[in-house]
Design a binder for this molecule. Sequence first.
Ligand SMILES: [Zn+2]
Length: 680
Amino acid sequence: MIRQVRRTSILLSIGLFSGISTATQQRPIQAPIWAGHLNIAEFVKTEDAKLASAEAAIAALSKVQGPRTVDNTVEPFDEAFMEIDDAVGLAKLVREAGPDSAFRDQGNEYVSRAESARQGLLLNRVVYNALTAVDLSKADAATKYYVDRRLQMSKWAGVNRSAAERSRLKALRDELSKSQTSFIHNIDEDHRKLVVKPAELDGLPADFLESHKPDPDGMIVLAAETDLYPVLKFAISEDVRRRMLQTAYNIGYPKNRDVALQMLGLRFEIAQLLGYSSWADYDAASKMTRNAKAIENFIAELDKVERPVAEREFPLLLEEKRKFNRAANNVSVHDLAFLIEQVRRQKYGVDSSALRAYLPVPAVMQALRDISSKFFQVEFRKEENPSVWHPSVETWDVLDQGSMIGRIYLDLYARPGKANAWETLPLRDGKLGQQLPEAVLIVNLPNATAGDPGLMEQEELDGLFHEFGHAVHKILSGSRARWAGEHPGMTGTLEFDFVEAPSQFFEQFPELPSLLTMFARQYKTNEPIPSDLVNRLRGAAAFGRAMLGTSSNSLSALSLESHERKPVGMDLDSVLNRENQRFSLLKMAPDTHFWASWFHLADYSSNYYLYDWDAVIVQDFLAQFDLSRPLVLEPSLRYRKAVLEPGGSMSANDLVRNFLGRPQNFDAFKKWLEEEFTER
Ligand SMILES: [Zn+2]
C-alpha cells in the first residue's frame, strides 16, 4: 500500500528539440537528460534556452498571416508546450535530487518560473483565438481531440473572461500558489519529537530499536515524520501509539489553520469567477467524474460496498484489542495498523516483515525488469556509465522490437539532501518522430550495509512497481504521441483521475503468488519462498482492506466537502470529525488536527477520491487476466494497446470502455474486498 507514504504522482513533462521536424526524420539516439547539465550555470543556461524557445514559438504562432492550419498554429503551440514541460521536468529533478543545496534551490526557482510560463500560455488570448481558428475538418482524430481539449483547458483557466477578470484570476492563482507552498512548507519544517522510555517500545522490531538507542538520560527520541508508522504498527503500548499519533497529527497546527482557510477561500473565489458553484464542481469538470455530485455518489457507492465488509472485520480487531485491554469497546485511529498486524499474525501466522528476508534489492530489481519486459512486451537495456546526477542512478533504455522508444532513470536509494519521496517525474514529453519520452523514478530504497544486502519491506516492493507503472505509462504513450501535450500527467490532456490507474494496476503484480514465487528467495540461503508462506501472506494481505477503505472514504469526503462551499467560518476539525463519523468505524484521537499535516489538502484539493476511483477500475482490469498466468500475451498486449499507448489522445472513460467493452463497475472490487471471507 502506498497509503502510508506521502502519495505523489506523475506531475509534468518536456521537450528538447527546438526545431519542428517531420515525422520520419532519422536522428541520432537522444542524449540523456543530464548530459551537459552537470553544474548550476549549465542548468540555468538550459532552462533559459527552453523558456526562450517556447516564447519564440509563441511569437511565431502569433505572427501568422492568413488561414490558421495545424502546421502553422498547432505545431508551434505544442512546441512551446513541450519546451515549458521540458523546463519544468528538469527543474523538478534538480529540486528533488540535485547534487547540492544551492543547485536544488536553483531547481526550485526554475520550477516556479517555468510553471508561470505555462500558466501564461494557457491564458494567452492570441494563442487561444489562433487555435480556435484552425481548420480541423481534415485533421486526424488525435489532433481534433487535442485541440478541443487544449481549448477547453484554457477556458477552465479563464482565457475567455474579460481583461479585468483575467487579471483578478491571475492574482488569485498567484496567491493560491503561495498559500499552497506555505501549507506544505509549514508541514515540512515542523519536526516534532516524542520522548519515550525504552520499555514503552515493546513490540518494535529489533532493527528499529537498533537505530533508536537511548540518549544519556536513558530516553528514546522519536521523530514524528519517520517513526510514526512503525510505532503505530508495532508498539504494544496503546498509550505510546496514541501519543505518537497526537504528535504527528499536530504537525502544521496551528500555523496551517489560517493557511488552509485562505487556500480554500481562494479556490472558492476562482471557481465562482469562472461560473461554478464551488471549487469541487469546477475542478471535477476536467476529470472523468465531470462534477462534484459524481464524486459524492462515488464515495457513497464505495461506502455501500465497503461498510458491510468493514463491519465483519471490526469484531476481529476489537477482539485483538481486548487481549491488551479487557474493557475496550472501540477501535481508535491509533489502533488500526497495530490491530490489523495482530489479526494477520493470529489468523495467518505471518507478520508484515515476513517477506523482507526474501526481498534483497538486487533480486527485486531483476524481477522488476523481467516481469515488466514480459508483461509490457518491451526490452529494458541498462546503459553503461550513464551520464547522471549521482553515481547510484541507473539508466534503462526502453526498446520496442529493437528500436529505442524512451528512457527511464532510476534514482533508487536514500541519501542526504534527496527528497524523501516516492514519485515519478516526467522528464521529456514524447512526440512521434521528434522526441523520445523520458521519466525518472525517485524512490528511497534501503542501502546495503554490512550484513544486510538492503532488504525491502513489502510496501517498498509495491511502491517500486507502482512508480514503475507510472513510468511505463509515460514511455508507452509518449513513444507514439502525435502531440507532446497529450501526455498522462497533471498538465497533459489525460483526465487526472485516471493517472493512478496504471500505477495501482502494476503495483498488484509483485505480490501475485504466480510471480512472487518466481523471484523471492531467502537472501542468506537462496531458498525459494515456501508456497505455504506465499498463501499465508496472500490471506494476511486481504485482511483489513475494508477498514482501511472506510477510513480513506472519510478523507475523500473531507477533501470534497471542504471544497463545496465558501469556507467562511469553516472548522476543519468538525468537518473531519463529521466525515469520520459518517464513514469510518474508527474513533478519532482527541486533540489532533490531521488535516493540518495532510499534504493532499494542498496538492489534490477536492480530488483525494481519485486513488479509490482508480482502485475500483484496477480490480475491474485485473479481473480480465488469468492471474495464475499474468504474463501471457493476451490480454496484456491488449491492455498495453487499449489503455496505455493512447495516453491522453482520448477520454479515459473511452480507454476504460475500449478495454473492458463497458464502463467500469464495482463487481470485481467487491470480490477483492471480500477475499478474506471467501473460501479459497
Ligand atoms: Zn502514483
